[in-house]
Write a protein that binds this ligand. Structure first.
Ligand SMILES: [Zn+2]
Ligand SMILES: [Zn+2]
Length: 354
């Protein structure tokens, strides 16, 4: 398997972002990403999807869409749609019909910022997902970098502090979002977790000072989604796009907060009698199953089964655990950075079934 680092969920001038697709591609090249997925609100700008190059470096820019019902008040229920190949915004009013249409079009549907608290000091409403009766979505955006910033904007002073020092923001997905995911996971169908930046590159002013806060390049060095694909990308945009979407569909992915240190190289696998599987996969429990975790650096790592921590390792690079019990197993890794213990890696689960 080959690892790719991608950043998904971001906005351009076609909706409420400040940059262009070309500027996003340049920022992604500087940050060393393999691909980005642009998701403007309720508009599909598909003709700008392509490889963008700088010298011998290249980045694949893919186009998705963030769809929500603009007539709803407040405007909750945002859905990230990738690979549907057509604009489905006319179905926004009914989240289940929208999700069904995305899947029937061969696309992927991720619930955006499932928990997104209000920021009353700025008049920003809560735009969490509320229609949890929906089924058959691909997954959820477990970690949204901008929701986290929004949760810290309690006063103008604090918003300024974090806006000027964005490295202080990230701690990890909200507990409520993790809880929601852990509640959904045992219910049969896999639910894939991704991390999104929700980058807008906001222009901000304080008196004579004008700055862009949370630039695209900052986001692209922070909360990324790492995916595992069977073949290295070969520069053919259509084939490479297919590999990326397939990996997201299968959950061959983990969320990495790459700002403190690159999370590249993390692996979570399970070995059973019938062979080796990757995060996102299902393995039948025959006798014992060996779960193996490889970490890019020695730090705190914990294994969860059905939402409960069952083992914690410290200062290990390789962690192994043998189980004879069915369940949904996933991994969380923490790192100390800027004076605080922060979430560093969140794996997709391995489903051990009877
Ligand atoms: Zn949104
Ligand atoms: Zn967004």
């Amino acid at each position: 398997m080959h690892e790719l680092v991608i950043n998904l969920h971001m906005h351009t001038r076609y909706s409420d972002g400040s940059g262009t697709h070309a500027e996003i591609a340049q920022a992604a090249l500087r940050a060393g990403l393999d691909a980005v997925i642009v998701t403007d609100h309720n508009v599909l700008v598909s003709d700008l999807s392509d490889y963008y190059r700088d010298g011998d470096r290249r980045v694949l820019l893919l186009i998705g869409e963030e769809i929500h019902d603009t007539r709803r008040d407040p405007q909750k229920n945002h859905l990230l749609v990738f690979g549907a190949n057509r604009d489905l915004v006319s179905l926004a009013e009914n989240p289940q019909r929208l999700i069904d249409s995305v899947r029937n079009s061969g696309g992927l549907a991720f619930i955006a910022h499932p928990v997104d608290p209000a920021a009353p000091a700025f008049g920003e409403p809560d735009i969490s997902w509320v229609s949890w009766e929906v089924q058959d979505f691909t997954g959820i955006e477990l970690w949204n970098a901008m929701s986290e910033f929004k949760s810290l904007m309690k006063t103008r002073f604090r918003a300024l502090l974090y806006g000027l020092n964005p490295g202080l923001v990230a701690r990890g997905p909200f507990q409520a979002t993790l809880q929601k995911w852990d509640d959904l996971l045992p219910k049969g169908r896999p639910v894939v977790a991704v991390g999104g930046s929700d980058a807008h590159a906001f222009p901000a002013s304080l008196g004579p000072i004008h700055r862009t806060i949370f630039t695209y390049e900052f986001h692209f060095r922070a909360v990324n989604t790492h995916i595992l694909v069977p073949e290295p990308l070969d520069g053919d945009a259509a084939g490479d796009r297919r590999q990326i979407l397939d990996a997201l569909r299968l959950g061959h992915a983990y969320i990495g907060y790459d700002l403190p240190a690159s999370t590249r190289g993390f692996r979570f696998t399970a070995q059973g009698k019938d062979g080796l599987v990757w995060m996102g996969d299902t393995l039948l429990l025959e006798s014992g199953v060996t779960l193996q975790i490889s970490l890019p650096r020695r730090t705190e790592c914990r294994l969860l089964k059905d939402g409960q921590v069952i083992k914690t390792w410290r200062k290990r690079e390789i962690c192994t655990y043998i189980t004879t019990e069915p369940g949904v197993y996933r991994v969380e890794v923490f790192l100390s950075y800027l004076g605080r213990r922060r979430g560093w890696i969140y794996s997709n689960p391995i489903y051990v079934r009877q």
